[in-house]
Design a protein around this ligand. Structure first.
Ligand SMILES: Nc1ncnc2c1ncn2[C@@H]1O[C@H](COP(=O)(O)OP(=O)(O)OP(=O)(O)O)[C@@H](O)[C@H]1O
Ligand SMILES: [Zn+2]
Length: 285
């Protein structure tokens, strides 16, 4: 059995073929261009490397309601060309294999839950802090979803005194993505964040916002574990700072696991999404 995975990001697409144990056999990545170009490139990869099913995790917002006329579409995205793009339908028409369709962060959350840091946990959350902020909630083998998928990157933040950054989110002045995404940190720094010293006060601000995200996720979903991943988390000093700030803010409101077992890095690193796609593909068979 060959399993296919698509991790569709706003910046790049990753396509991969795996075996039943989720080992990667083939993998390719290419920049996200127009839907016509990018989906054709995706289909070409899977025509060259056929699979029995494909799990897709896409940037969004996406339509995840199977009863909707636009199920499988990317919907109201600011990404040029992708508004109302029939992503899933195109893949199904061209490749004719069973598919699974969810958000990019749900896919990654699932990968970590089946084969990574949150294996064995009933409820787990995967947060990425990169170009955007997003989070996927896996609970009892499924994804939390309501009217539509969650938009946890837009949780409202308590703005820190003295932080006058103009939010990078076009919709919200005080949301997580607007104040704490990679572009927000770069903007606050006035230069690429990688050039900041490890002890720059900007990391205190960043850790505080990430801790706020974790507190909100904790009270809303009562997860067993929260994974923090994404480009910004390459800053190794952040994780302990986030745990400290979390404990101060949460103030022992509930008994939680030790912080080092509660707020944790991803285990599969760059493969969380792809492995999640394989697992979703297997489920779809
Ligand atoms: N070492 C680092 N330190 C600080 N910021 C970083 C570092 N590496 C990457 N970033 C920031 O992370 C962002 C890129 O995130 P990531 O590498 O997760 O890619 P992405 O896939 O584009 O993000 P997304 O998952 O939101 O689509 C950029 O804004 C970049 O400035
Ligand atoms: Zn926002």
């Amino acid at each position: 059995m060959k399993l296919g995975a698509i991790e569709a990001g706003g910046t790049k697409f990753v396509c991969a073929v795996g075996d039943e144990q989720f080992n990667v056999i083939e993998r390719t990545a290419f920049p996200t261009k127009t839907p016509a170009e990018t989906l054709a490139e995706t289909v070409a990869f899977f025509k060259e490397h056929p699979v029995d099913a494909i799990g897709i995790g896409s940037f969004g917002p996406i339509d995840i309601n199977p009863d909707s006329a636009t199920y499988g579409y990317v919907t109201k995205t600011p990404k040029p060309g992708w508004q109302n793009a029939d992503f899933l339908g195109y893949i199904q028409r061209e490749l004719d294999v069973p598919t699974a369709w969810t958000t990019d962060v749900n896919e990654a959350a699932y990968g970590e839950a089946v084969a990574g840091a949150t294996q064995g946990d009933d409820t787990s959350i995967y947060v990425t802090i990169g170009t955007g902020i997003g989070a996927g909630v896996v609970s009892h083998g499924g994804f939390y979803a309501g009217r539509t998928h969650t938009e946890l990157g837009h949780l409202v933040m308590n703005r820190l005194p003295g932080d006058d950054l103009v939010s990078v989110c076009p919709f919200h002045d005080n949301c997580a993505e607007g104040l704490a995404s990679g572009p927000a940190v770069n903007k606050r720094a006035g230069k690429p964040a990688v050039e900041l010293a490890e002890d720059d006060p900007i990391w205190q601000t960043e850790a505080n916002y990430i801790a706020q995200i974790c507190v909100d996720l904790t009270v809303a979903f009562a997860p067993d574990k929260i994974i923090l991943n994404g480009g910004v988390m390459h800053q190794q000093q952040l994780m302990p700072m986030v745990r400290d700030d979390f404990q101060t803010m949460f103030n022992n409101y509930q008994d939680l696991p030790a912080m080092t077992d509660y707020i944790v890095p991803a285990q599969l690193k760059d493969n969380s999404g792809i492995v999640g796609g394989f697992a979703l593909a297997k489920d779809a068979l």
